[in-house]
Design a protein around this ligand. Structure first.
Ligand code: SAH
Ligand code: SF4
Length: 381
């Protein structure tokens, strides 16, 4: 059976043409599925009976099995979905006064292995397929519309961030059709500015995303120099800060926003000193030793959400404020992310799920504590 949720419109058109149907039929079908949340072909009253029975024979539109649904005190909802083989992924809905955000997973586990991330500590199980990525939005949107009693045509979710489990740019082939469905006016019709791909810095795929499907980009930076970033975000050894900054600058030529968001997880005594903030300000202004490229950016400081295996601690609030103050004084818009849903472990980096651990990640992670790099020495490199 073919999972129709995995097709972008062109894919669905090609599939329908294979069944001997015209393009406009595919558009109708796409609208039934994504705009109305229909999964029963029998209900799709303006499709010919013959097409409905062909679809029922060969195709399906189905939600991922829900393992749990938890609602936090602040209204944040976390769903745990079964993706088979003992793997589960999480999706988080974050209601705000002016918008509804859905945080979507792209992989079961993650191969990047960042030290401060519980998904990274689990290791990598598998890539999600396009239909599994879209199924998270399809389910959440229609479940919420029902629950919030929204009038026809009103969306529950108008902002999507690929910030759940996994590294979206290491699952590029499945990601792009899913993004296209999020953006398509016949489906969810989200603005490119309100679909954000967050990456730990897979440079070649940042370049490809710029060509294939430019959406808002967030880059998880977490360190102002390669020595520290190599340790926190191991992918940095492959794509160091210099090439990452160049990729960010290039991305801006096609991006729907005129800045890159840099995410920076504040780790007590590791990356949160005033000297680190000054080094960061020089880096993005193109005045650091690693890059002479100026990147128009905003910083989002994320209070670290601790989990026992990390051995790391959250920076004190006055540390975070001082750090933000230095970036702001350098003219960089800086916000501190409010932690949402932490009473249900739905906050950033707490999306542990029930992914089976089939790798040696926990052993790797348990090695030596992170060295604190003297900033002056790093500048001399
Ligand atoms: N793999 C992608 C997207 C998923 S992680 C990426 O790394 O960007 C989404 C964000 O949560 C990233 O900025 C990541 O650095 C952050 N994060 C991970 N673990 C965290 C933790 N324990 N506390 C706070 N933020 C965390
Ligand atoms: Fe993977 Fe992102 Fe977690 Fe790093 S922070 S391990 S890239 S999910």
């Amino acid at each position: 059976m073919v999972h129709l949720l995995g097709f972008d419109l062109d894919g669905l058109v090609a599939y329908c043409e294979g069944l001997g149907e015209k393009r406009y039929r595919a558009v109708q079908l796409y609208r039934w599925i994504h705009q109305k949340g229909a999964s029963d072909f029998g209900e799709m009253s303006d499709l010919a009976k013959s097409l409905r029975s062909k679809l029922a024979e060969h195709a399906q539109v189905c939600a991922l099995p829900v393992l749990s649904e938890k609602v936090a005190a602040d209204g944040t909802i976390k769903w745990l979905f079964d993706v088979g083989g003992g793997n589960a992924v999480e999706t988080v809905y974050i209601p705000e006064a002016d918008r509804g955000t859905l945080c979507i997973s792209s992989q079961a586990g993650c191969a990047v292995g960042c030290r401060f991330c519980s998904t990274g500590h689990q290791g990598f199980s598998r890539n999600l397929e396009s239909f599994e990525i879209v199924a998270q939005l399809w389910f959440a949107e229609h479940r919420l519309r029902e629950r919030l009693h929204l009038p026809d045509g009103q969306r529950a979710i108008d902002n999507v961030v690929m910030m759940g489990m996994g590294e979206p740019l290491q699952n590029y082939a499945a990601l792009v059709p899913a993004l296209r469905t999020m953006l398509d006016d016949h489906a969810y019709g989200l603005s490119r500015r309100r679909v954000t791909v967050s990456t730990s810095g897979v440079v070649p795929m940042i370049d490809r995303l710029r060509e294939d499907c430019p959406v808002a980009l967030a880059v998880s930076l977490h360190a102002p120099n390669d020595v520290l970033r190599d340790d926190l975000v191991p992918l940095n050894r492959k794509y160091p800060i210099g090439v990452l900054m160049q990729a960010c600058a290039n991305y801006l030529s096609a991006a729907p926003r005129d800045f890159i968001t840099f995410e920076y997880c504040m780790l007590d005594g590791v990356n949160d000193t005033p000297a680190h903030a000054q080094e960061l300000a020089r880096l993005v202004a193109g005045r650091g030793p690693l890059s002479d490229v100026r990147v128009s950016c905003k910083f989002n400081l994320i209070p670290f959400n601790p989990f026992p295996a990390s051995g790391l601690h959250r920076s004190a609030p006055d540390r975070v404020q001082a750090f933000a103050g230095i970036l702001q004084a350098a003219g960089i818009v800086t916000t501190v992310r409010r932690t949402r849903g932490d009473d249900i472990d739905a906050a950033c980096g707490q999306l542990a799920g029930e992914v089976q651990d089939r790798t040696d990640a926990p052993r790797r992670m348990a090695r030596t504590p992170i060295p604190i790099q003297p900033v002056a020495q790093e500048n001399a490199r």
